[in-house]
Write a protein that binds this ligand. Structure first.
Ligand code: CAA
Length: 390
């Protein structure tokens, strides 16, 4: 089935970046005196990325965006939308630093979007609106986050770091996004990061029920709007604070619409997230990236994409994979990037964690990252970023 919009609009390119370091959850389990199976099976995570001291959402977002711009140039880009819930400044949009690092033209608007992990999806929807009005434009969407909870809490193994950059355009190479989507908002206190904290506070159990409610609510709204039935959706990817969350929600949907469900149906989309950990706004799109990279039978398939941001907003979008998407595959690149991360001991990770908060004090960051951009530190009343030459 084809989409109803006369012009195909959607995701033209997608690139993923993550932090320099990795913490293996076997090591965290040993330090916390927990059976490692609780992490690998019970919550469905194997490791999480940890940014180096000279990395943050800006450097990861710029790294992902550079890959997209290296392939497509800047032509038609008049808007950069940066979605994050771990912003480095209460006022200035992180995307403005990226604009400078990438040398984007001056005639570009840049703004930051926030609604917990949902912000990336809001950015995609805004981008679609812009290109629907003028299909010669292309919008650079960046979603980047560092998921930080307090150490030795239940949420500690569900931290992570990563970024996605997407080029949203007419006649896209990868996925045509269909115009209908299902929406759900409910005022729930499952997760928050008050302004005086650098780590989030989460009621994990409540977040599970809030997520499941949002998924079913968004499904029902999509159905009410004449969206595709479950039999017409070939694959699903989900926002994954931990991959078991997607399984719990999907099991509930299967009951709701009375179809069978095997956990293995979602496994390909879990591949990268199990290694990066939670990447908040980027998480859903990293799952989509895994599916596009690793599923060999996607041409023409309809994918359901569920986005959830605590607090809470959910949206279920659908898209049709373009018939020749495989020509644009970059199989192996993300696996290489994940394998290249430098392992940390639990002690070293906890030291980095303690030093991780954004500050207005003058600070110089050590040179650690091997990514193309680094955060040099704060001085003279400003955050300073630079290219590394990598
Ligand atoms: N072998 C296999 N499984 C085991 C096990 C073992 N040895 N030991 C325990 N388990 C299983 C448990 O049975 C349980 O499975 P079910 O959930 O299927 O029952 C699972 O492991 C977890 O066990 P607990 O519930 O006892 O774990 P916990 O109390 O330590 O907490 C958690 C788990 C609630 C997920 C916690 O890690 C947490 O709070 N994480 C953060 C949650 C989160 O991110 N929520 C936000 C949602 S959305 C988002 O990303 C945020 C956004 O918008 C900002």
């Amino acid at each position: 089935m084809t989409a109803q919009h006369p012009l195909a609009l959607g995701i033209h390119d997608l690139a993923i970046a993550t932090g320099h370091h990795v913490l293996d959850l076997d090591d965290l389990a040993a330090a916390n005196g927990v059976d490692p199976a609780k992490y690998h099976v019970g919550i469905g995570q194997d490791a999480f990325s940890v940014p180096a001291p000279d990395e943050d959402i800006v450097t990861m977002g710029a790294t992902a965006a550079k890959e997209v711009l290296d392939r497509h140039g800047v032509e038609g880009i008049r808007t950069v939308l940066f979605a994050t819930e771990s912003g480095v400044d209460q006022s200035k949009a992180a995307g403005v630093y990226v604009h400078g690092l990438l040398g984007l033209p001056r005639n570009v608007r840049v703004v930051e979007l926030k609604q917990a992990c949902y912000g990336g999806t809001a950015a995609v929807q805004m981008a679609l609106g812009i290109i629907a009005r003028d299909p010669s434009e292309r919008v650079l969407v960046i979603a980047a986050d560092v998921a930080r909870y307090d150490v030795e809490t239940a949420a500690e193994p569900t931290q992570g770091a990563g970024a996605v950059a997407m080029l949203i355009a007419a006649d896209p190479d990868l996925i045509e996004l269909e115009p209908q989507s299902g929406l759900f908002t409910a005022d729930v206190d499952d997760f928050w990061r008050p302004n005086d904290r650098s780590t989030a506070l989460v009621d994990g159990r409540l977040s599970v029920t809030a997520y499941v409610d949002a998924f079913i609510g968004a499904w029902d709204d999509l159905a009410d709007r004449g969206g595709p039935g479950i039999e017409a959706i070939d694959r699903f990817v989900h926002h994954q604070p931990f991959t078991k969350m997607a399984i719990k929600a999907h099991r509930k949907l299967a009951q709701h619409v009375d179809v069978p469900f095997e956990e293995t149906e979602l496994a390909v989309g879990f591949t990268y997230n199990r290694q990066t950990g939670n990447t908040y706004t980027a998480s859903l799109w990293i799952a989509l990236g895994a599916l596009l990279d690793l599923d060999d039978d996607l041409a023409g398939a309809r994918i359901g994409m569920f986005s959830y941001g605590s607090g809470s907003v959910g949206e279920l979008m659908t898209g049709i994979v373009r018939p020749d998407h495989q020509q644009h595959r970059r199989t192996g690149r993300v696996h290489e990037m994940l394998a290249a991360r430098v392992p940390l001991s639990v002690e070293a990770y906890r030291e980095l964690h303690a030093a991780g908060a954004a500050t207005s004090e003058d600070v110089e960051r050590p040179r650690v990252t091997t990514a193309p951009f680094r955060f040099a530190g704060v001085s003279g009343g400003a955050r300073h970023y630079e290219a590394t030459g990598a």
